[in-house]
Design a protein around this ligand. Sequence first.
Ligand code: SAH
Ligand code: SF4
Length: 363
Amino acid sequence: MLIYDLDLPSLETILKEWNEPAYRAKQIWQGLYQHLYSSPDQFSSLPNSLREKISKEFTFLPFSVRTYLDSSDGSTRKTLFELPDGNLIEAVLMRYGDPADDPQMATSETNRRGAKSRRTLCISTQAGCAMGCVFCATGQLGFKRNLSSGEIVAQVMYYAQLLKEQNETVSNIVFMGMGEPFHNYENVMTSIDRLNDADGYKLGARRMTISTVGLATQIRRFADEHRQVNLAISLHAADDDERLAIMPVNKRYKIDDVIEACKYYIEKTHRRVTFEWALIHGVNDTPEIAQKLASRLKGLLCHVNAIPLNPTEGFHGAATNRQRAQVFVDTLEQAGIPCTIRMRRGIDINAGCGQLAGAESKP
Ligand code: SAH
Ligand code: SF4
């Protein structure tokens, strides 16, 4: 059993069954989430017999590290994990001194107010993805399976343990790795609650961002649950036919459905929504399209996060150049829609948005 799949009450029940005193569960919990122990022998305050039992009954790392790659400027690390069933997932660590290229910057109040140096993790929620967006490497791979809550948490713990060796901590998490978080709703929310736990890892919900392809039903459910997690919506088109051409999900949820769900979310939570826009040359980057987008988003408490397309093997579109991107952004801004361009990160190690395919990168 993966230890990160348990919540504290379940751990307490197990220890009770083992006839251990009640306080042991909390000791283990703190060892896992506060001291960031990565193996049973580090729990030095526990009796030997209990450590042995823990080691026999629980798994601490649900995957092996197949490989990792550092970007040439050293700011970004991508780790490829292999799950016991052979599926591969990836998680990326990005070190930011300057917030201008941080995927969380646009969405988080705390960050907008100028936190300086950050360690942002981009984690996976599924192996593969069923949504089939044509420009996305994960989408090109197809759906493999959902990750359990513990498998999601373990990606964070892996990096948290690594950063601890350098006296650093994870400051932000974005659910923007492989998979569609709202297609694995329960496990993703459980992982958020676990990472957020005041007796455990204590990462503030406002430091987390979920990015969704726009599953309107789940956006409404998420609004009703009142978590303080930031919400980003991958829109990429302002017209239904154009969106359908690159995002099959538009068959099920039209742009209006998505925007209505966002309105509901904003009414319920008073939180700003981020719309993500991968700028593809000649496809969705003209001033006319920016105008159309602005008129659809008018009056909404929102922000557009534009990022030039990261090239992937299975899609022939090209990235918008800086000049065109600037015109797009200026058009939106002039129409009253706040917008930022995000720089491309980790491109040399295929660790940019939508490039995660669980494949070992070619040299
Ligand atoms: N499934 C979720 C989260 C994972 S994808 C979602 O789609 O939102 C994270 C972000 O990367 C999304 O905004 C997605 O549209 C974007 N993305 C996917 N492929 C990309 C690419 N090749 N270039 C730039 N952004 C991409
Ligand atoms: Fe899935 Fe998101 Fe990629 Fe679309 S962009 S295929 S939803 S991971």
